[in-house]
Design a protein around this ligand. Structure first.
Ligand SMILES: [Zn+2]
Ligand SMILES: [Zn+2]
Length: 336
């Protein structure tokens, strides 16, 4: 990390470390105390001693990791400021997935905002991003290039409904990330009036049931294993992206393969993965949303992580923000 305004934030082998708070944020290796922005596996890892996050994130970590999710936890609430050693910490919604939060860390009046992954598009499965004024802003840049300009989510999902209606004899097999994308796609389909049962690969049922239990309405969903082969035609089946071309998918004979991801913007990836029905649906801010957010939180310094750091740093520097790349390792949103 180049010289930043904050000398109390350190990059260590375990991850980003707040010195006066004596904790890590989204560490990649087990630590004593970890603040976790959200439950995606590149941010939330098992075996930390103590974790501090939203109730949903803590429960999702428990669901995924079993007893190794942590030895001790503390639930963060939106309406309180928590003192951790010499800093105070406040949380705000990040709009990325269910339970995703940002951390506003205040040390001697200096405000550091760590957004984690975020987006500004409305998403019925989570609370919307809330901007707050800060001095240093740490932003992700997964889609931090001007070419990334996510289309309207409902228009993308309409393409899927149209294809289902036009191909009544085929099974639609759509790749989605298990946590977040799967349930967001389902709520978008329901919003547009698709009320048929939606079938899930076994790897997607546990988290989807967790969403349903928490009053995020997914309608009728069912494990595809409960369906016989003769019934596959005209079904909509969601699966992890890695299953689109594996042995499991071969049991479906007459299929339309789709993939819901921000990466579907890139033609080459669509071709590589043999996708007939690319749906550009992202849970990360695009270029315009990142710039809007920088304007909203109005910092004097922006630290960039997670993806296309250089382009954004270059652009922000030209716009007179102090900006540099954090170059943290271990964060990949290939599966977003
Ligand atoms: Zn994420
Ligand atoms: Zn991420």
């Amino acid at each position: 990390m180049r010289k930043t305004n904050i000398n109390w934030l350190k990059k260590k082998r375990e991850g980003l470390y707040c010195v006066p708070g004596n904790f890590f944020i989204d560490p990649v290796l087990p630590v004593e105390k970890a603040l976790i922005t959200h439950a995606h596996t590149d941010h939330a890892r098992p075996n930390n001693k103590s974790i501090f996050s939203s109730k949903e994130t803590i429960e999702l970590m428990h669901l995924r990791y079993g007893e190794s999710y942590c030895s001790d936890f503390q639930i963060a609430r939106f309406d309180e400021k928590i003192k951790i050693n010499d800093v105070t910490v406040q949380i705000l919604p990040a709009g990325h997935i269910f339970g995703s939060i940002q951390f506003l860390i205040n040390y001697k009046g200096y405000r550091l905002l760590i957004s984690g992954d975020y987006k500004r598009t409305k998403d019925k499965t989570c609370l919307s991003y809330e901007p707050v004024k800060c001095d240093t802003f740490i932003t992700e840049a997964t889609f931090g290039l001007p070419i990334f300009n996510h289309p309207n989510d409902e228009s993308e999902v309409k393409k899927l409904i149209k294809s289902i209606k036009a191909n009544v004899n085929k099974t639609h097999l759509i790749g989605v990330y298990a946590l977040g994308k799967c349930q967001r796609l389902i709520t978008l389909l329901r919003n547009l009036g698709y009320d048929e049962t939606i079938y899930l690969h076994g790897a997607l049922t546990k988290i989807s049931d967790f969403y349903s239990k928490n009053n995020i309405k997914l309608g009728n969903i069912s494990n595809i294993s409960e369906c016989s082969r003769s019934e596959y035609a005209n079904k909509l089946v969601l699966c992890p992206p890695s299953s689109l071309n594996d042995k499991w998918s071969q049991k479906f004979k007459n299929v339309v393969k789709g993939y819901a991801s921000g990466w579907m913007r890139i033609r080459q990836r669509v071709k590589q993965k043999n996708i007939e029905l690319p749906l550009i649906l992202s849970d990360h801010a695009d270029w315009g949303e990142i710039l809007k957010t920088v304007n909203d939180v109005n910092p004097n310094e922006v630290l960039v992580t997670h993806g296309r750091e250089e382009a954004l740093v270059h652009y922000l520097t030209k716009k007179n923000f102090k900006s540099s790349a954090l170059n943290l390792i271990g964060f990949e949103d290939e599966n977003e």
